[in-house]
Ligand binder design. Sequence first.
Ligand code: FE2
Length: 376
Amino acid sequence: MAKVIDRDTATDTTPAQMLRGWDHLEWWVGNARASAGFLSSAFGFDIVAYAGPETGLRDRSSWVLQQGEIRFVVTGALTPDCEVADHVRAHGDGAHAIALQVESAQDAFAAAVARGATAVREPWKEEDEHGTLVRASIATYGETIHTFVDRSGYSGPFAPGFITDNLPTTPPGSTVGLERIDHVVGNVELGALERWVGFYRDVMGFDQLLHFDDDQISTEYSALMSTVVWDGSKVVMPINEPAHGKRKSQIEEYLDYYRCPGVQHVAQHTSDIISTVSALRERGVRFLRVPDTYYDDAKVRVPDLDLPWDDLQRLGILVDRDQDGYLLQVFTEMIGDRPTVFFEVIQREGAKGFGAGNFKALFEAIEREQERRGNL
Ligand code: FE2
């Protein structure tokens, strides 16, 4: 008689229960040196580690950037047959790995695979004078992977093989003050949202935090559905699927240019968005334009909030609220050449939402940009 495996009892602990939070995002890009410089000069990240031909890598180089608790790695190919070059040719610059810190990479990997994950790389251990780092990777949407990172036995700046001497210094500029990753958003194909929510529920042990239907997030032209899954603590991952609108959804535009599901935006938290956005604008970061009429509406939508409306309007910062409080948020223009990936800056004052009340205003702003590219 065939043995029946009950998924819920296949392993005692889910990957979600082993998570400590975000570890880093690794971007595969066309020119890692230039991307590192851009993140450093425009977004205020410090370059904290490097690996490349000087350290023995033959096919790629990587720069590690840090701001607050946020860690990005940008990696570029040195040879045409490197997997990074293939990824960039297909997708443009994009997030290849969403790395999550865990107590044990072996256990998180084993639990995920037992619960149905596709293994990408079995647990591997690396050592140097700072200790031992253990990692393992599984597949998620598109060509994106989750890497489980156990750095409990490692005290170096990033990983064995990375050096910290002779790094470019951080260019001068006002302090930006990005503190931590708030959420990482993925776009998936039409009809695939439920399957990926199922993946995060069944494989990762995540819970559903919120769901928005297309009637909640739509404009005359563009629509999407979104479900937010999370580990119950820090790792919050909204997933979007395009919905039918009069014209092409911004999610479809992403899928056309990224050419498969992938990371759409990374929201980074600040406790003072006015100072953060002022510094970013001064450093040359460009944001989505928000129509002045947005603020006339917003003052009616949240009449009892005592906010510095003039500053918000001058800086193009959006306002939303839910039953727990309010949030301020702003979206950058695309950070690469293709209309795919962008950043969000968010300040939460109690609110646990994602700006659903803003989405219509935001989408109208996005569609104006899309129309200028001839893709609406
Ligand atoms: Fe967001």
